[in-house]
Ligand binder design. Structure first.
Ligand SMILES: Nc1ncnc2[nH]cnc12
Ligand SMILES: [Zn+2]
Length: 342
């Protein structure tokens, strides 16, 4: 069989396998077409002359250059229906990509800071999630993420304001500008979240050093690390991550677009996997980074010669590292093995 045929068969298998996505920012799924339409709806002047001009602006040289556009883009989200549309569009993508379970981050402060409250975005999200459960068969958990460039007091207030919606939220996370905002800044906020029974995740080791990954583990006591690719610089940390099977939610196209790596062929995800770490593939902010989950896998097939065994392991890890009940995880893991063996 030619290499091309093998690669296209592997891509078909990846498309076909049930998958979980664990690192996805709902605000990062705002497609330029929706941004354009909502700007018109609310009479908001965008600094772009067309949908194509929005797309062309998506050239980044680091995390901050992306975040500046991402927060600006989110400003078109104003009413409940906008948040419904945003969530619904991503959940329809999930169905098309065979993502059967997704754990979605949302940034309350991106909205509350501009006067849009929980009572606007949470009902919009809830409607889309309920509809997706009923019509698309996609299961959804939500992760409330603190913006780390803001203060810890603001994070604590954000957690308190979410109280009426705690039943909709599974975990608490930490995102935004990493360098200069170490996990240690949020020790009290995470302790409070833990005491309320939330699972915990944090972005660390994306642009920041391995020390930030240690802090997320030791001080915040997270269940998963988001990104974590710079862990490879610290052999003791690598041994710890392997021994404790701490999940790393890796996002290849994000790392490429934000210049964490120069080319996908240099990405360390397969090295991390082969070193025995629990890594899996995610899309992070697919609208900004040029691909949803399957496109991230396809880039690994094309540029890193990802093989079938590694693809199946990465997909299995997406379930084993999820916050689903063990029984549900097992059902999906068995199903994946069955399909992969056919
Ligand atoms: N890749 C990323 N890193 C940090 N914060 C984010 N917010 C959205 N995407 C992010
Ligand atoms: Zn992220």
């Amino acid at each position: 069989m030619s290499t091309d045929t093998k690669m296209s068969e592997l891509k078909q298998l990846i498309q076909q396998l049930p998958k979980a996505e664990l690192h996805l920012h709902i605000e990062g799924t705002l497609e330029p077409e929706l941004m354009w339409r909502l700007a018109k709806k609310h009479d908001i002047a965008l600094p772009f002359s067309s949908v194509e001009a929005i797309q062309e602006a998506y050239q980044f040289n680091n995390l901050q250059s992306f975040l500046d556009l991402y927060y600006q883009g989110a400003d078109v989200l104003r009413d409940e229906d906008d948040f419904f549309e945003l969530m619904w569009a991503y959940l329809c993508q999930c169905q098309q990509q065979n993502i059967v379970h997704t754990e979605i981050m949302f940034d309350p402060q991106t909205h509350t800071e501009r006067g849009i409250g929980y009572n606007v975005f949470m009902p919009g999200f809830a409607k889309a999630i309920e509809k997706a459960k009923a019509e698309l068969g996609v299961s959804v958990y939500l992760i409330l993420s603190f913006l780390r460039h803001l203060s810890e007091d603001s994070a604590i207030q954000t957690l308190q304001e979410a109280k009426p919606f705690y039943s909709m939220i599974t975990a608490v996370g930490l995102d935004s500008s990493e360098l200069g905002n170490p996990p240690s800044k949020f020790t009290r906020a995470f302790a409070q979240a833990a005491s309320q029974g939330f699972k915990l995740v944090a972005h660390a080791g994306e642009e920041g050093p391995p020390e930030y990954v240690w802090e997320a583990i030791n001080l915040l006591k997270v269940d998963r690390i988001d990104h974590g690719v710079r862990s490879i610089e610290d052999p003791i940390l690598m041994a710890y991550l392997k021994e404790h099977q701490v999940p790393l939610t890796v996002c290849p196209l994000s790392n490429l677009k934000l210049c964490v790596v120069d080319d996908i062929s240099q990405h360390n995800i397969v090295d991390l996997l082969n070193d025995g770490l629990r890594v899996m593939v995610n899309s992070d902010d697919p609208s900004y980074f040029g691909g949803y989950l399957n496109e991230n896998f396809f880039a690994l097939v094309d540029k890193l010669s990802l093989n079938k065994e590694d693809a199946v392991k990465l997909i299995s890890n997406s379930f084993s590292a999820s916050f689903l009940p063990d029984k549900q995880k097992q059902i999906w893991l068995t199903r994946i093995q069955q399909i992969a063996q056919d």
